[in-house]
Design a protein around this ligand. Sequence first.
Ligand code: NI
Length: 208
Amino acid sequence: SFFLIWRRRRRAFSVSLLSGCFSKNASKPPLCSMLRSVAAAVSRRELQSSALQRLIDDMINTMREYQGVGLAAPQVHVSQRLFVAEVQRQNPRYPDKPELDLLVCVNPRLTFLPALEKVSGWEGCLSIAGLRGQVPRATQVQLQGWNRDGQDLNLDLSGFASVVAQHETDHLDGILYLDRMIGLSTLCFDTEYERFWQRSEEPEEVEA
Ligand code: NI
């Protein structure tokens, strides 16, 4: 039916940063300002609601549709503290990264191991389409929070998974990867990255 088609089309959000900035829908704040806001914690009651469960499903679909490895709620106009992450084999945007099982994390909290060295790796963001840059990140973090059923999550993440968790948790605090770059000298377009960087040896690559 028309309704079913319409629903299916709606399942993927627009995640472009600029589309939000120029939105004519004045009832919602522009996406760019939401991406710069501190998101609100999710209550257990909200998590149990069908609206929030549907949001999680839609975020997973959106992440997959855009071939991302993570997506935070503020990227889809929802200023609440949750993100989804997943690295599927042969993701064309991240072909060389290890797989990560689907992760839904509500109210994430990161604990950094003391005195751990940061390592620079390449990052991009679905909300800042077409760009990549090198960002120094901790290579190991402890991630705590809830899964989508409200059960406690407690994960030790390392390598790329740790970077994804940091990138997505940053989104909930209004921080973009650009803010974490030491300088902008490595900022480049995806096409430049693929031509000049991806094939070169990357001693600084996150996964050692
Ligand atoms: Ni992002």
